[in-house]
Write a new protein. Structure first.
Length: 395
């Protein structure tokens, strides 16, 4: 029942945005202000997600999140590049479409996982780890686009990627050092100063989140990475639950604006005129992404049930794809028709994401009945065995 309510609320935000946006009644035709508020929604959503994240379980899913995430992106680039070459299209355009399709929606998927209480389940941890890897990879993909578009040499592109990797490593190292030295003392001080009211602590938590998000963005990484890292840093302290309570209302408000802004990208007239092509494209994206991601996760030794849930959870095209698409268009990497097709497919895939999440429990239960998937007890045993294995390796 709760899941149905979540589904209806998210669809409601998307439909409300599409109704008042440029593609609907055109009550809002300047998207700049809305996009600014929407960015805050993503930042606070990822901050709250980081607060609920478990570092021990992050170590469990580290290999599949990093290596599996990189493998997924490489596979999509290879498959789309090969398809483009076989169809007589430009190889560079095919490779870009592969990078475009490899992105999943961190904000939308995270909201569902949080609302369902699945963030600490094994499939939730694998999903979140993969999404964070994708966020880290966005900066590298930005550096790749000028190379594919012919406006930058291969050497220049490789130098940009190397610099971003170095910056990312330094940023995470500094954050890790602060986690065990500065953060606990800072939060304890804020608790003492806000003994009469929680407003000071709330402001301090929000300021810390925005500061790390700004630093991450300034360094050429992403706002999402910085805000998630801020949450993870606090999650290692005794103040994680209290911090989550303080920012929950802010997160929900701005997350609603984010979902509405996604809806504003939907143009009913364009969807109606090309509904057959767009529906076929979305169905193809869901099927291909589910198969590829499921196969990658399964190759790391996870059960077919866990791999399948992760595959379906990541089967949409994410909000970062809009930024990649805009940059690719600026570098004349794709034509006008391809731009509109990818834009419409992305918007429609985000709209169908709530439906996919609604179907996941039904499909998994059917899989258990048909003996395709292990039972719930089997999955719980898998999680316990995985945690025990990591614990033994740590010792």
């Amino acid at each position: 029942m709760i899941y149905v309510v979540i589904f209806q609320v998210i669809v409601g935000y998307l439909l409300a945005g599409s109704l008042i946006g440029p593609g609907g009644l055109n009550l809002i035709n300047e998207m700049v202000q809305v996009e600014t508020f929407a960015q805050f929604g993503v930042v606070f959503l990822l901050f709250a997600l980081g607060l609920e994240f478990s570092l021990p379980k992050l170590r469990v899913v580290g290999p599949v999140a990093v290596l599996g995430g990189v493998l997924q992106i490489a596979l999509f680039m290879f498959l789309c590049g090969l398809t483009a070459a076989l169809c007589g299209a430009k190889l560079s355009e095919g490779v870009f479409v592969g990078t475009f399709l490899s992105m999943s929606s961190t904000a939308v998927v995270s909201k569902f996982l949080v609302e369902k209480g699945s963030t600490n389940a094994l499939h939730g941890q694998v999903t979140i780890g993969t999404l964070i890897l994708q966020d880290c990879a966005v900066g590298l993909l930005f550096a790749l686009i000028p190379v594919l578009g012919g406006s930058s040499g291969i050497f220049g592109g490789m130098m940009s990627m190397g610099r971003l990797l170095l910056v990312l490593s330094i940023f995470i190292t500094v954050a890790y050092m602060m986690t065990w030295s500065f953060i606990p003392r800072f939060l304890k001080l804020m608790i003492q100063l806000s003994s009469q009211t929680n407003e000071l602590y709330q402001l301090a938590a929000v300021a810390f989140c925005l500061l790390l998000a700004w630093c991450s963005d300034y360094l050429g990484l992403s706002l999402e990475l910085g805000s998630f890292l801020a949450g993870v840093m606090i999650s290692t302290t005794d103040f994680a639950h209290h911090t989550l309570e303080q920012v929950e209302a802010i997160r929900n408000l701005f997350a609603a604006l984010f979902l509405a802004s996604i809806g504003m990208l939907i143009h009913f007239k364009f969807l109606w005129n090309h509904v057959d092509i767009l529906l076929a494209a979305v169905i193809l994206v869901i099927i291909v992404k589910s198969i590829v991601i499921t196969a990658v996760i399964k190759s790391f030794g996870y059960s077919i049930r866990t791999a399948f849930i992760v595959g379906l959870s990541l089967a949409q095209i994410g909000e970062f794809a809009f930024v990649l698409l805009s940059r690719a268009s600026h570098h004349h990497l794709i034509g006008g028709k391809m731009y509109l097709l990818l834009l419409g497919t992305t918007a429609l895939s985000l709209v169908t994401t709530p439906l996919i999440f609604k179907l996941i429990p039904v499909v998994t239960q059917l899989g258990i009945l048909m003996r395709w998937f292990p039972s719930e007890s089997g999955v719980q045993n898998e999680e316990k065995a995985t945690m025990l294995d990591v614990y033994n390796r740590t010792l």
